[in-house]
Design a binder for this molecule. Sequence first.
Ligand code: COS
Length: 379
Amino acid sequence: MIGFELSDEQKQFQALARTFAKETIIPVAAHHDREESYPEEVVRQAHEVGLLNVSVPEAVGGLGLSMLDEAIIAEELGYGCMGIYTILMASELGIMPLLLAATPEQQARFLAPLLEGPKLAAFALSEPNNGSDAGGLRTRAVFDGDEIVISGTKTWISNGGIADFTVVFATYEPELKHRGTVAVVVEHDRPGLSCNKLHGKLGQRASPTYEMVFDDVRVPIGNMLGEKGDGFKIAMRTLDKTRIPVAAGAVGVLRRALDESRAYALEREAFGQPIARFQAIQFKLADMKIALETARWQTWHAAWLADSGRPHAEAAAIAKAYASDAAFAAAQEAINVFGGYGYMNEYPVEKLMRDVKLNQIYEGTNEIQRVVIARHVLQ
Ligand code: COS
């Protein structure tokens, strides 16, 4: 017996997030995209209604939501605006290494304060010369008595300059490659940390992305997650989970592309009738619907595997690659349905395409997802 019914609680979260997207995100999304501005008020309200840092465990006062719960919420946020989605969900990405590898004391110390206000976490793995090769980190972690001294540069860090803390991955012994890495929580009030906002992104422009420079930043050894040498595996286990909400956000974009295309096709007339009457348009809508259903079920399946403690790395990679590729294709087709208007930022569909392009790249490019999938196929 397989159950496809959401629980009452999940339906409530879905309704809450859907209303939040409609009433709080969508009205300001185009503005923050154009201005490349941070939607502080939206983040404050997300905290107020309970849609921020939803994975913080119940043991430290949070909601402790599951991956499936998160996927349900992520779809609605992605429907509203992928940039705003990324602000909220990048915080869950920053939290995940602590769910996987922190002691109860560390969880209480770092996660409980996140609940006190609209506060954010971040995750810093990528470096200027190291994106896909996550085992070849150059950021250094030097053990000095009861402290760790971090030096180096991280880049493409969502929330990097506005988070309360960032989980930083660094090497204490580069020759050991991935076996010489650590995961360390760095609070942002530590001396020596500077964050520079990156400008000129194609999409997701409401989400601030940073370069983070660590100039001999000292943290207590008690900020390290797990043991020396665990860094790479903590990062991989984190991404195996968080690629699921990335897929779910893309599902939200797919659904939005379909809804916008459907509404426009029913209203716009050509050759004396609504363009929805033409099979050329109908087939585009049908293809979007096929992709939407397929992407959502694969995403929810991956979430179910993760929540039930089963292996889920391959399923998450399939969901992330399929959903983001399909959402990008659907957003392009939505522009075609809108014709010339689709190319203008007066209408919402060009933003969908620019925004969801990033889902194909972050948290592991879709080429890396295919590496992960191929390894499972061949092993
Ligand atoms: N979970 C737990 N352990 C894992 C793992 C996973 N998903 N994937 C690999 N490992 C382990 C391996 O078992 C191996 O362990 P041992 O040292 O005990 O043998 C070790 O980690 C190294 O694994 P592997 O040799 O497969 O590492 P590679 O250097 O070949 O890297 C890829 C594998 C490319 C898949 C990895 O580097 C990756 O995912 N890169 C993308 C990073 C990314 O997503 N960046 C985005 C940043 S966030 S925006």
